[in-house]
Design a protein around this ligand. Sequence first.
Ligand SMILES: O=C(O)c1cc(C(=O)O)c2c(n1)C(=O)C(=O)c1cc(C(=O)O)[nH]c1-2
Length: 228
Amino acid sequence: MTATLQNDFVATLRAHSQRYHDQHPFHVRMNAGECSRRQLQGWIANRFYYQENIPRKDAAILANCPDVEVRRRWIRRILDHDGRTDGEGGIEAWLRLGEAAGLTREEIVDHRHLVPGVRFAVDAYVNFARTRPWVEAVASSLTELFAPDLMAERLVAFERWYAWIEPGGLAYFRARLEQAPRDCEHALEVVTEYCRSAEDRSRAVDALSFKCDVLWSLMDAIDNAYPE
Ligand SMILES: O=C(O)c1cc(C(=O)O)c2c(n1)C(=O)C(=O)c1cc(C(=O)O)[nH]c1-2
């Protein structure tokens, strides 16, 4: 691929920031301090389903990926979320966020708050990674290019507007500020190396569009379940 084609490809991927869920009305209200306690708790309990399924999605990518060097780096994502032992990892950190916001572990883990639209959106993402070519699944993870800005904004918003959430609960977002850039740098390397033809590139762009839709649908479902 020539340098120009590569730059255009990366620019097209990055332009998907315009469709990222940071612009969803629920996130806009969240970051403006307009969410109630119940709405934030609902968001945390529902987003847990995304968090617990991310490692299963990444395991599907590993299962479909024949490149040992890619697998060696990709596997770290699973450990980041699952931890190496009890009490570690992103899933645990998300449960602590829930506790800091006044939820019990039990009510998060047993899915009593999980709404159908969130389940369908997350299941669609995992299913995509299981059934589509692995490079497309890698491309679909590239929404993480846009996540750090949202995390930084969220950290400021939570400290400012939702002081009733214990500050220790925000550790998850701080960890993602470092993990997301590292992860998406690798994902970008993979798609630029493997997407050689115009058709490959177009499929990678479609995969990222699909993922933007997953995240947007997830937020729509939460927004509908916890009206103002
Ligand atoms: O809170 C967010 O807005 C947000 C967004 C995303 C994303 O853009 O997919 C991820 C995360 N958080 C996240 O915490 C996370 O671990 C994660 C993994 C992935 C992925 O697709 O592999 N996205 C995201």
